[in-house]
Design a protein around this ligand. Structure first.
Ligand code: AVJ
Length: 306
């Protein structure tokens, strides 16, 4: 039995607005479904960021010069890390992640593929400041990397806290490259989080499947439907499983009633404007050096300076 998962589920279900931490969406199946989401026509986020990044690389090379070191928040064995390493040819690449297994895996693969780069995994929770290795601290150009608009996934106030902690982690005279999904037309946003192929719905429902298989929960899966809502005041997409009829969830020896129309919230995806992101970055001790975007201004890549 996964005790941490059970504890979070019970705590979340007891809240007046039932909610589960987003991290439980990402087991093996959830991670594969997220990969699949990024390939759908409706989810513009990943491909738009990649398009913007192609413009960023040459300028960043000019800014950074020869001796660059990069620290990625999250373990990046993926395509984004590879492209950045190919383009920037850093002397060191550091990955910070809580999940040690994933981290060691990414470390191994990147070392094999880029023997000229000093690759180091640092186990750490980036909700706190983290000590980076000498391979990073000794470089002339020290650059943090936080792609994918993962910054949008934090809870209330979390994005600003994260930016403050990362300012401490990266240190004086560092820079930070952050991928940020921008506020845009509601229809475009809603389609991206409720794609036509139904992959996002499966992704959101997967956490209920996990509760059944891993926690022996009794849940009528057909009583719930995954939905996405745009909260225009908070400027965020809210995802969750909506009860389509009166139903109950039994888990860990407790029972929780859901009336038709009740939502079990699973995830927020905050969107920013240039102004709103600038505000939290500056409040965290960063200056905005530059922002790149696509012609439709759907996605922003911000270069912050300490
Ligand atoms: C991985 C957090 C950036 O918010 O766009 C996508 C997660 N959830 N579709 C996002 C997600 C449903 C994604 N992030």
């Amino acid at each position: 039995m996964n005790e941490d998962f059970l504890r979070d589920v019970l705590e979340g279900l007891k809240r007046p607005q039932p909610s589960l931490p987003a991290k439980w969406l990402y087991d093996q199946t959830g991670s594969e479904l997220f990969e699949e989401i990024t390939q759908t026509d409706d989810y513009y986020v990943t491909r738009t960021e990649a398009e913007v990044m192609e413009e960023v690389y040459p300028e960043l090379r000019a800014i950074c010069g020869e001796d660059a070191a990069i620290a990625e928040f999250g373990s990046g064995a993926g395509i984004k890390s590879r492209r950045l390493i190919e383009e920037m040819k850093p002397s060191a690449y550091v990955m910070i992640d809580v999940a040690e297994d994933f981290l060691r895996d990414s470390e191994k693969r990147l070392r094999a593929d880029f023997p000229a780069v000093q690759v180091t995994g640092v186990v750490g929770d980036f909700h706190n400041a983290v000590k980076l290795p000498q391979s990073f601290e000794g470089a002339t150009c020290r650059l943090g990397f936080f792609p994918g608009s993962t910054i949008g996934n934090f809870e209330e106030g979390g994005a600003q806290d994260f930016l403050s902690k990362s300012r401490e982690t990266l240190g004086d005279r560092s820079r930070f490259l952050v991928g940020v999904d921008l506020v845009k037309d509601e229809d475009v946003l809603l389609a991206a989080y409720d794609d036509d192929e139904g992959v996002t719905r499966r992704f959101t429902k997967n956490v209920l499947v996990r509760m059944k298989t891993e926690l022996d929960a009794e849940i009528d899966l057909d009583a719930f439907e995954a939905i996405a809502l745009w909260n225009s005041d908070a400027e965020r997409i809210e995802l969750g499983n909506l009860a389509m009829s009166d139903t109950e969830i039994a888990v860990g020896g407790e029972r929780f009633q859901f009336a038709k129309g009740d939502l079990l919230h699973t995830e927020n995806s905050h969107k920013f404007t240039e102004a709103s992101f600038t505000r939290i970055a500056e409040a965290s001790g960063w200056k905005i050096a530059k922002m790149w975007t696509d012609p439709r201004q759907w996605f922003g890549v911000f270069l912050l300076e300490a």
